[in-house]
Design a protein around this ligand. Structure first.
Ligand code: TXA
Ligand code: MG
Length: 347
């Protein structure tokens, strides 16, 4: 983390960001500054992608390990020719179907893309965000924008302007207000460098939808497996513990018949030991006792995804020692939700 600095807060006026603010934010980016901005998934911490020094500042501010590459955001698919050597046919199909949107594609990079962005890999990950502020920022700054999620490394991602200000005021050059992001979990990351593309991270676009467009997709073992496995990780971010609140510990209860009863028993045991406990459950869960936060219905994974990180953050701020979370089915965006919860609970 770097020292304190003055952060410009670009707030919405009548629900919109005044054009003057966007122009100023774009100028900051083009001069090597660091700007936090909304996307449709989570807030990003952006810098000019072809400016190594600017990208390295993002790593320092986040406390991000330098071997974890970041996603490059562009305003339309025409902009990626300068970044990649070749666009595979299946990547073209996915771009047509899902961009702008929460899908990130990993392809072979050109030399202009600095090692700071790709962590020295031969590939670069790219997406076109489906958010008018993010798109305007890329256009006005005149450069692709490298942006990891805006949270400090290892913490839950940021999905509201308020959370961004709480965490980052005084650390970045500007924060743009986009209210609450619409999806709430990060983009799906697909490695397109193999003839059978590989899902590296489940996210906003369900893998079922991707298969409907390009057929077979392999799922990388670490998507469902454990964190901190030995050996090189294909998507380096996957080897780190992630999405964890700073104080609270997360305990995940996988979906099963009597999940409510086993959560109640566990909560009671922890309370007897003097811990503050909260329960993050679906609307159908019959649990009644204690601090209970309802995430949404079991058949509404989109709703659950939208506020998941905010719930983890706000319970953490309340000083809760243990957050007991009810798991959901891994269908659709539920796969991304469960992936984030397993990681938050690891360790
Ligand atoms: O929705 C999102 O994707 C958000 C918004 C801001 O766009 N961004 C985001 O970035 O989640 P980040 O840095 O938190 O996650 C990027 C993920 C990491 O798991 C990283 O390892 C992987 O993408 N990644 C980036 N470049 C890669 C590459 N060249 N090869 C494989 N994995 C890569
Ligand atoms: Mg992240």
């Amino acid at each position: 983390m770097t020292g304190k600095r003055k952060t410009l807060l670009f707030r919405r006026v009548h629900g919109r960001i005044p054009p003057g603010y966007l122009a100023e934010a774009g100028r900051l980016i083009s001069r090597g500054g660091v700007v936090v901005f909304p996307t449709e998934t989570v807030y990003g911490m952006g810098a000019a992608a072809l400016n190594s020094a600017a990208v390295m500042r993002v790593f320092r501010i986040k406390g991000r390990p330098s071997d974890n590459p970041v996603i490059v955001h562009v305003a339309d698919s025409g902009q990626i020719g300068e970044l990649v050597t070749r666009i595979p046919d299946k990547a073209k199909s996915l771009m047509r179907e899902f961009w702008p949107g929460p899908l990130t594609l990993v392809m072979r990079k050109r030399n202009v893309v600095p090692d700071a962005v790709t962590a020295g890999l031969a590939t670069v990950s790219i997406r076109v965000p489906d958010n008018s502020i993010a798109l305007a920022l890329v256009r006005i700054s005149g450069t692709p924008i490298a942006a990891p999620s805006a949270n400090f490394s290892g913490r839950p991602s940021i999905t509201t302007f308020r959370e961004a200000v709480e965490e980052l005021d005084g650390r970045v050059d500007a924060i743009i207000d986009g209210g609450r992001t619409s999806i709430g979990v990060e983009s799906t990351v697909m490695d397109m460098t193999h003839s059978i593309p590989i899902l590296l991270r489940p996210g906003g676009i369900p893998v079922e939808d991707i298969r409907a467009v390009i057929g077979r997709v392999d799922i990388h073992p670490s998507v469902v497996g454990l964190v901190d496995r030995p050996g090189p990780a294909p998507s380096p971010g996957m080897k780190y513990r992630h999405y964890s609140p700073s104080h609270s510990k997360v305990l995940l209860f996988e979906r099963q018949e009597r999940v409510g009863a086993s959560m109640s028993r566990a909560a009671e045991r922890l309370r007897r030991k003097g811990y503050k406990v909260a329960l993050l459950v679906t609307d159908e869960n019959r649990i009644r006792k204690g601090v209970i936060v309802r995430m949404g219905g079991r058949d509404e994974p989109e709703r659950i995804a939208r506020t998941l990180f905010s719930h983890l953050r706000s319970l953490d701020r309340k000083g809760i020692d243990y957050i007991l979370v009810e798991g959901i089915d891994e269908k659709g965006i539920g796969m991304a939700v469960m992936n984030r919860l397993r990681r938050a609970a690891a360790g």
